[in-house]
Design a protein. Structure first.
Length: 203
């Protein structure tokens, strides 16, 4: 089987709202021949609240904007030092569904962690990847017309304090962690490049 084309883009640090609008526009205007893309980027500090998200999971106002969005899931935090990869994929063309896509996304994170000697795990009923029960990567997708956008976020070298102002992904008291705190010195740039390449190999 010939795998569909997959374009890798590096967007740097970009504001959340225009990036969401760009993903939505890309998905709305793509055709059956539009190549799939992976966007690697960082966001300035922002809380995003998924479609089913409950505002009460934002525990306090710490001056970071809360943006309601159209992915699944509850509330999460994005900020500098966190690697974000958005997956703009045509699942019909790739021949698998969203559950399999989530499995492959999670596996890409697990593989990257294994390369640096960290054991990442899935938790039943709680999408994402965890290390000793603490969340290190969050996942959230929107599927429209068989095509996906949004994606995953991996904590690398960031200020984790804003996570204390929310119930991460709707779980009260959920611990979060990052590569730096686990003894891994990879920069966000290097970790992002390796995760993007790992995803491309698995998709």
């Amino acid at each position: 089987m010939v795998h569909p084309e997959l374009i890798l883009r590096r967007l740097g640090r970009v504001e959340y709202a225009p990036t969401l609008a760009a993903m939505q526009a890309f998905t709305a205007t793509r055709t059956p021949d539009t190549p799939d893309e992976l966007w690697l980027l960082e966001h300035p500090p922002v809380f995003t609240l998924g479609q089913a998200g409950k505002r009460e999971h934002v525990l306090q106002d710490i001056g970071i904007p809360v943006v309601p969005i159209d992915r699944g899931g509850q509330v999460t935090y994005h900020g500098p030092g966190q690697v974000v990869i958005y997956l703009l994929l045509d699942l019909k063309r790739r021949g698998y569904g969203v559950k399999e896509l989530v499995r492959r996304m999670e596996q890409a994170v697990i593989d990257l962690l294994a390369e640096v000697g960290i054991k990442g795990e899935r938790l039943a009923g709680a999408p994402g990847i965890y290390v000793d029960g603490a969340k290190i990567a969050a996942l959230g997708l929107r599927v429209k017309g068989g095509c996906t956008y949004h994606g995953l976020a991996l904590n690398v070298h960031m200020d984790l304090a804003p996570f204390r102002a929310i119930n991460p992904c709707g779980y009260a008291g959920m611990a979060v962690t990052q590569l730096r705190d686990l003894g891994c010195g990879l920069s966000p740039e290097v970790a992002g490049t390796r995760l993007q390449e790992g995803l491309r190999a698995l998709l």
